[in-house]
Each structure stands twice: as structure tokens, then as C-alpha cells.
Design a binder for this molecule. Structure first.
Ligand code: GTP
Ligand code: MG
Length: 334
């Protein structure tokens, strides 16, 4: 995962530190001077001087442009790439660095900047436990929304399995009543996971299906309701209105936006639309297993200030990982 961005960042920091090495001529001069003046401590003073370097604003312009290009090429949204460059500029221009440490220092700066850009994730198991203890008779309701084919239904099955392994009972709501075979698809997951699926006929009101599932959970003391919804383009006003209605009727405790890690810049517009319509609480990025770039992860949370909670890393039920900022930074080589 994220191989491209890691390679590019590593090469860039190496390059900036290499190009800032003092000229051979300058090194020679130091040796001559040291021979001329035998004063103790003088050589040390000189090496300390050439051992320290500064990056000027002019020099940074070129490096900054290059870094911006490589961020953009790797799916980082324009506004986020700009923010990274500006913050880096503030941190390194005019500051003295020890020559041998500049690569490390720049990496540390980048690490701090990216760490601040990523929103801290919350723990979903803790949230469910909290509600279960505050309102024992009420199920915890989670709504899944996103554009077509991003992996909503598969992610619901993975999360249902994850929650089952954490000791919770779950019911699935087949509230995608639009796409052909969607009800059969979620029923199959229900059979495999040995979980009840609440469904109506195709064309039924999805909000009513969600509501039925919540009623079922209340009657049967089920801990969690997971509501599947039809894929909808963020540009379709009617479909966005419909997801807003499902959310209003079902009053979910948690609303997830499901997007693909491989989407690129377009995901920024998608997540903004869904956030505007239903005020999402968190983001799940699927298909991270086939994402070599990693830039979507940087962009998607920052534009909404909502955290990424899980990464989907494959098609099987166990291929879901709680998102961890440090792990991501390590994968980028930072
Ligand atoms: N490689 C990989 N494939 C995934 C992942 N998550 C889902 N998929 C695949 O993506 C495809 C679409 O998944 P669905 O769960 O049907 O997507 P959806 O968003 O429910 O689709 P619609 O209901 O049609 O909008 C399937 O082939 C899944 O197996 C993932 O994390 N990694
Ligand atoms: Mg689906």
C-alpha cells in the first residue's frame, strides 16, 4: 500500500539534503585553512560552520514546486498539497540545520505536518459500549452512504463480522431497494454471518426498511443496526435528498461515508456533498489494498475535518483495519 508516495517523499528529502551539501571547493578551503592556522579548536569551529546549512526562500521555491507535483500525482488534493508546502516552508526557510541531519529534519517536519492534517480517529467499539450502557434498550444505529460501487455492502458485512467478534449482536437493514440483486447480496452476507436481515420488496422506501430494522432490534435486544443504502452520485440532488430523509427518519448514531482509496481528487467533492446532506461522523476508505498512492487518505478527512475510521484492505470479511495515524505515517516512510 501507498508505495508510490513513500518512494517519492523519500527521494525528495534525499535530494534536498544532497543538493545542500557544501561544494568540494569549499571543503578543500577548510582543510587548507586548518593547516595554515594551527590554533586549537579552530578546525572544529570551521567544520561546524560548513556543517550547518540554511535553505533560502528562493531555493525552497524549486523544491516546493517539485514536492507539490509529486503530491498531486499521488492523489493529494490541491488545497492539501498547498497547505503541506506552506507549512513546510514556514518550518524550514532560514532555519539552520546540521548538514548530516537535514534529511532527518525535513522528514520530521513533514511527519508533523501530515500528522496534523489527519483527524484523530475514534473507537467505534467504545461508542457502542457507551450507548449500550446509557440506554440498554436502544440499539446503536449505523448508516452507510456513498456513491455507486465503492464497497458499502461488503464493508457492512466486514463491520458486522468485526462487531460480532467484539461481542455485539447485529441486524442488517437491506435499505438499498434500488439496485438489482442488492437485497439478495446482503441476504447472502446475513446467511454467512448468521445474522438477521430486514428487507422489504424492491422499490420500497429505504427509510422505512431502516426503521423496521431498528424496531426489530429494539424488540429482540440486538445491539447494533447496520443500514445499507443504494449507491448514489453526489451530484444527484434527488438521491442526496433521499439519503437525507433516511438519516432523518432513522436518526443514526453514526453516519459513515464510504469511498474508495483509489478515487483521487474527485473524492473531495463526494465527501463534501454527503457531509453537507447528512453531516457524516466518519469515513471508511475501501480498496486500500490496491492503492499505491495514499494521497486520498490525506485529503478526504481534512476537507470535512472528519476522521477516517477504517481502511478496507481486501474482499474477505477480515480485510478491514481500524485506521491508525502512526501506521500510515510509517507506511509513508515518515
Ligand atoms: N480489493 C478490494 N475490493 C473491495 C473492497 N471492498 C469492496 N470491494 C469490492 O468492491 C466491489 C463492490 O462492492 P459492493 O460492496 O457491492 O459495493 P457497493 O458500494 O455496495 O455497491 P452499490 O451497492 O452497487 O453501490 C465488490 O467486488 C467488492 O468485493 C476492498 O477493501 N478491497
Ligand atoms: Mg451495495
Amino acid at each position: 500500500m501507498f508505495k508510490f508516495l513513500k518512494e517519492k517523499i523519500t527521494n525528495w528529502t534525499k535530494k534536498i539534503s544532497k543538493e545542500k551539501e557544501p561544494e568540494k571547493e569549499e571543503k578543500k578551503k577548510v582543510v587548507i585553512k586548518q593547516k595554515e592556522e594551527k590554533e586549537p579548536g579552530f578546525f572544529k569551529k570551521i567544520t561546524e560552520k560548513v556543517g550547518k546549512i540554511k535553505v533560502s526562500e528562493k531555493e525552497f521555491e524549486a523544491y516546493g514546486e517539485e514536492l507539490k507535483m509529486l503530491l498531486l500525482e499521488n492523489n493529494v488534493a490541491f488545497e492539501i498539497a498547498d497547505k503541506i508546502i506552506e507549512s513546510l516552508k514556514e518550518e524550514i526557510i532560514g532555519k539552520e540545520f546540521l548538514k548530516k541531519e537535514i534529511e532527518f529534519e525535513i522528514k520530521e517536519c513533514l511527519k508533523r505536518i501530515i500528522e496534523n492534517i489527519l483527524v484523530e480517529p475514534f473507537n467505534i467499539v467504545e461508542k457502542i459500549k457507551e450507548k449500550n450502557s446509557d440506554q440498554p434498550k436502544e440499539p446503536y444505529v449505523i448508516l452507510f452512504a456513498g456513491i455507486n460501487g465503492t464497497g458499502k455492502t461488503t464493508t457492512i458485512a466486514k463491520i458486522a463480522n468485526y462487531l460480532k467478534n467484539s461481542g455485539f449482536s447485529c441486524v442488517l437493514a437491506a435499505a438499498d431497494t434500488f439496485r438489482a440483486a442488492s437485497i439478495e447480496q446482503i441476504k447472502k452476507h446475513g446467511e454467512r454471518l448468521k445474522m438477521q436481515v430486514i428487507a422489504q420488496q424492491y422499490g420500497a422506501d429505504p427509510a422505512a426498511v431502516g426503521f423496521d430494522a431498528i424496531q426489530y432490534a429494539r424488540k429482540n435486544f440486538v445491539n447494533v443496526v447496520l443500514i445499507d443504502t443504494a449507491g448514489r452520485m453526489h451530484t444527484s440532488k434527488n438521491l442526496i435528498k433521499e439519503i437525507e430523509k433516511i438519516s432523518r427518519v432513522c436518526k443514526p448514531d453514526l453516519k459513515f461515508f464510504i469511498g474508495e482509496a483509489i478515487t483521487g481528487n474527485d473524492i473531495v467533492e463526494q465527501v463534501k456533498s454527503f457531509d453537507w446532506a447528512i453531516n457524516i461522523d466518519g469515513i471508511i476508505l475501501t480498496k486500500a489494498d490496491v492503492d499505491e498512492r495514499g494521497g486520498t487518505i490525506l485529503s478526504v478527512g481534512h476537507v470535512t475535518k472528519k476522521p477516517i475510521i477504517f481502511l478496507g484492505t481486501g474482499q474477505e470479511y477480515d480485510k478491514i483495519e481500524p485506521f491508525n495515524k502512526n501506521k500510515f505515517l510509517k507506511e509513508l516512510g515518515l
